[in-house]
Ligand binder design. Sequence first.
Ligand code: SF4
Length: 435
Amino acid sequence: MSHPTFFVKSYGCQMNMYDSKKIVSILENKGLRQNKDIETADLVVFNTCNIRDKAAHKLYSDIGRVNKHKKEKTIAVVGCVAQAENEEMFNKNKSIDIVLGPQSYHLLPQMIDDLKQNPKQLNTEFIVNEKFDYLSEQKRKQGVSSYLTIQEGCDKFCSFCVVPYTRGPEYSRPLISLLNEVQFLTDNGAKEIVLLGQNVNAYNISHHGRKINIADLIEEISKNKNLERIRYTTSHPINMSDDLIKLHATNEKLMPFLHLPVQSGSSNILKKMNRKYDTNLYRKIIEKLKAANSEIEISSDFIIGYPGETDDDFKKTLDLVSEIKFTQSYSFIYSARPGTKSSFEEDKTPLSIKKERLSILQDKLKDIQFEFNKTFCGKDIDVLIENQSTSNPEYFFGRTPFMQSVYIKSQELNPGDVKNVNISTCNHKNLYASC
Ligand code: SF4
């Protein structure tokens, strides 16, 4: 008898992509088979994100499209939209069978079974420690660069963000379970571990009476002999402790690249956003990081057109970008998320002006990224090889310590190698080499 099949569709951030891999493991362990075709799958899981307006809209239109397919199937919505919209989802779309918050998706197999008794299944509780206990038993091989969630949730309550409501308070995973998972990942080919968390640098646990922060955790993880590189994302500026900054000077496995979202270059807007730092503090953190390791490069997120953002506020963002020279960044136009503090603020700036500001900012960020990439042309740099291109097997893909994508034309590379290559050319996105 053939096994029932499932299809998982992911929306949004890196954490969600990572969660989706875990969901695949959970369902495979239940005896279901992954199906690459949404039309013929028996179960479709939508792993949702509520950070941006479009993701929630896209979810409902995607569910609508699935409905049109002939095969009868179970539809599960998990993740942040499920948490935020809760049982209301069943009213918005009758074909949804399961609604499951991001802190309890380990319950998915049980809920699938329970559908026989009750055709609508809902769970949006914050049972995060139970989830991680379960997931630490469900380890899954990843790749040369593997993700490891060390922390979830957020206590910061930025005025525009839904995460504290959808993911709950900050929770850090126990040290032993993380070290075991690192061992499993490196035993299965990982050479780089990317530590993940909504506030990854808020990681904080007590281990045998000793306080362990992210700097201690990185020190522990870096003892693993098979591991070449460590990264962490996403950090909040106010959790950039001196211990962590110092580690960028002393720990050779910790890469000299940091995603440290500033959101705006205007202290006035940062205050409205409840970001808990101003631009002076942000500059001081960058100064300390550069003093610890002069090579370190920074990337950031920017929200453009936050309610009340003036031309002067926007100019301050451009000035900060020119000064810090962020080498990679994500920038978006502000969109109000229901229930957040900022959604009640008056927003008089026309969309056309916001679009213009975004385009000016993105052009500037792109130029800086291109200038940065050009400085590597003709130079040698270590690249961790992640995989061989499937579309063009003559090329291998890897990353520099600064997270730049590198395409290398070669016959002799293997995923997992750290290869010193000479960069021949580049564009704003990629570097190119041959060896
Ligand atoms: S720090 Fe702010 S933006 Fe980041 S997850 Fe928490 S509330 Fe959201």
